[in-house]
Design a protein around this ligand. Structure first.
Ligand code: BDR
Ligand code: CA
Length: 306
């Protein structure tokens, strides 16, 4: 299948973006393009960060700049987690590459026409581009065969607000549109990465390898130690890489719940909450509640040690 990755890169996004680039390893996964969206950091930084990752990979892959702001509310960012530049403030955020002239939402629509029924989209940021694309082309949900979304908090253990995960909280209206339009989304929520954090020793083992990718990884993930110190995390949550792992290899999935997932777009404490209706006769999501973490970490290590 052909794929697009939509990202607000972001440290863990960058880790996920490299994962498909293991020669010969994922013959059924063809990455067509990356689309960018404002989120963890403002869009101009996201574009530079995606260019920097593609430079590291030496990949001739096109990328398309998308929405700089959410549909309705003002933008929110996460510089405390990802650094001001989005790649851990380690001097990695630079590139000569520029995005293609087409807007990301239009690029998604165009690829969906060309690869209708044989296209998957992985979203690693706020869902603004995909929601906009759905409104530009109402046939999109029939054309895109698989959607893997890193987003939501199935136990309402929010990381942005008390109840909401960042990617949904950053643009709840777009998340609502996407979850209402697509018939069966694979949702990889925040708690999976929180309960199955990569141990620091694993991170260090990848960072210690002698390769350009590993050196980039080492510099970028130094910021993870501030997560430990500031947020008391005993390991490294890697939500976006887990979503990419699920798209690359379904065998990573250990447990799921079929449910109708509703996004709260109200304006009180529940805004951005993803509520699971497990009794609904019309489930719209397969919510991943547990992964085979060893498998996923091995996939990350394999790609980053190269
Ligand atoms: C999500 O928010 C971002 O900070 C991460 O990149 C991930 O996509 C986790 O809530
Ligand atoms: Ca992200």
């Amino acid at each position: 299948m052909h794929w697009i990755i939509d990202t607000d890169a972001g440290v863990d996004d960058a880790i996920g973006l490299v994962m498909p680039f293991v020669p010969g390893r994922y013959p059924n996964f063809t990455l067509l393009a990356i689309t960018t969206v404002g989120g963890n950091v403002p869009l101009e930084h996201v574009n530079v960060n995606v260019g920097a990752v593609l430079d590291l990979l030496g990949a001739p892959l096109p990328f398309y700049a998308g929405c700089a702001r959410p549909m309705l509310q003002p933008p929110v960012h996460a510089a405390d987690f990802h650094g001001k530049d989005g790649l851990g403030d380690a001097g990695l955020s630079r590139t000569q590459r520029a995005p293609e002239p087409l807007h990301a939402a239009l690029a998604i629509c165009r690829f969906a026409q060309r690869y209708s029924g044989d296209l998957g989209v992985i979203t690693l940021g706020p869902l603004t581009n995909l929601a906009l694309a759905c409104n530009l082309d109402p046939s999109l949900p029939q054309r895109i065969a698989r959607v893997v979304v890193m987003g939501g908090a199935w136990q309402a253990r929010g990381n942005q607000t008390a109840a909401a995960e960042f990617n949904i909280a950053a643009d709840p209206e777009s998340a609502r549109v996407v979850l209402e339009r697509f018939p069966r989304i694979t949702l990889v929520p925040w708690e999976v990465s929180l309960e199955q954090m990569m141990p620091f020793e694993r991170l260090e083992a990848i960072a210690a390898a002698d390769s350009p990718r590993a050196r980039f990884f080492a510099a970028m993930t130094r910021i993870a130690y501030t997560w430990r110190d500031h947020f008391g995390l005993q390991g490294v949550p890697l939500p976006d890489p887990l979503a990419v792992a699920v798209a690359l290899d379904e065998a990573v999935i250990a447990e799921t719940i079929e449910a109708r997932v509703w996004v709260d777009v109200g304006h009180d404490v529940g805004r951005g909450m993803t509520a699971l209706d497990r009794r609904s006769p019309e489930p719209n999501a397969r919510v991943v509640t547990r992964v085979h973490a060893e498998h996923a970490w091995a996939m990350i290590a394999e790609a980053w040690r190269l």
